[in-house]
Design a protein around this ligand. Structure first.
Ligand code: CP
Ligand code: NVA
Length: 299
């Protein structure tokens, strides 16, 4: 059976734990200049319906370091962008390449692609989830603080794709997740319910960060919501991760953000550029954790 990675729930807890540790190993090997080319001759198709810096560069670099190749496919210049059915595109592409990565809007689109693909499909962000970012965030926490099991994470801001993947991570890595959103911006109720008693919802950021070991946030307007920016700035007033909010978390709490960030909106510059921030490590770990994912799916 072809394994896909559409959400964190597509892997077992043991597989995810092993993957995060393997990511750190691959990082050490890369930093030591060791060659490791388990994907020689393998090709990845990368479908992008939305912009990207980290995701594109980390996947392309990872494939190159592994001895393989990646093809960037923008919806602007493929037939997919001109209306060729997603199912047909999946049938055709998966007869040529060895793995496909997709960044798009509706989550259903990636599910339909995977249903018609002969090769593994990786979710590189949909409106509903961003599981690859969570691999990097988990690797980063493990590297700085050890196992996240039993720890407390505070999510401050929008109940968006990143928030949904944090909920799945709480289930799979077994931590408590406190989510503080403005009224009307809560995460999907079904995804929250599936998280059970690991998930707490509040509308009070101060309450969410009490005893937190990791504080995280994301932009107030995601890709595709640009026209709501002004409205959202009003709704999210009071939800900035500021130095005073960080001061209410545990003294050794880490801060992370998937990036790109808007300093002065969801996070204060002194927090993201301060000593508790691990955002650059997390960004680098996109490369290593996705290499571990590719190795798991293909090698
Ligand atoms: N965090 C993240 O996915 O970044 P990009 O949008 O630059 O890929
Ligand atoms: N929530 C953001 C994440 C970007 C990596 C978005 O979907 O635009």
């Amino acid at each position: 059976m072809t394994r896909h990675f559409l959400t964190l729930l597509d892997m077992t807890q043991a597989e995810l734990n092993a993957l995060v540790h393997r990511a750190t190993e691959l990082k050490q090997m890369q930093h030591a200049g060791e060659r490791h080319e388990p994907l020689r001759g393998k090709v990845m198709g990368m479908i992008f319906d939305k912009s990207s810096t980290r995701t594109r560069v980390s996947f392309e670099t990872g494939m190159a370091q592994f001895g393989g190749h990646a093809i960037f496919l923008s919806s602007r210049d493929t037939q997919l962008g001109r209306g060729e059915p997603i199912e047909d595109s999946a049938r055709v592409l998966s007869r040529m390449v060895d793995v496909v990565m997709i960044r798009t809007y509706e989550h259903d689109k990636i599910v339909r692609f995977a249903d018609n693909s002969r090769v593994p499909v990786i979710n590189a962000l949909t409106d509903l989830y961003h599981p690859c970012q969570l691999l990097a965030d988990m690797q980063t926490f493990f590297e700085h603080r050890g196992d996240i099991k039993g720890k407390t994470v505070a999510w401050i801001g929008d109940g968006n794709n990143m928030c949904h993947s944090y909920i799945n991570a709480a289930r799979q890595f077994d931590f408590q997740l406190r989510i503080a959103t403005p009224v009307g911006y809560e995460p999907d109720a079904k995804i929250v319910a599936a998280g059970g008693d690991r998930i707490t919802l509040t509308h009070n950021p101060q309450e969410a960060v009490q005893d937190a070991d990791l504080v995280t946030t994301d932009v107030w307007a995601s890709m595709g919501q640009e026209q709501e920016q002004t409205q959202r700035e009003e709704s999210f007033a009071g939800f900035q991760v500021s130095a005073s909010l960080m001061a209410e978390a545990n003294a050794d709490a880490l801060f992370t953000h998937c990036l790109p960030a808007h300093r002065g909106e969801e996070v204060a510059a002194e927090v993201i550029d301060g000593p508790q921030s691990v955002v650059w490590d997390a960004a680098e770990n996109r490369l290593h954790s996705q290499k571990a994912l590719l190795e798991f799916l293909l090698a």
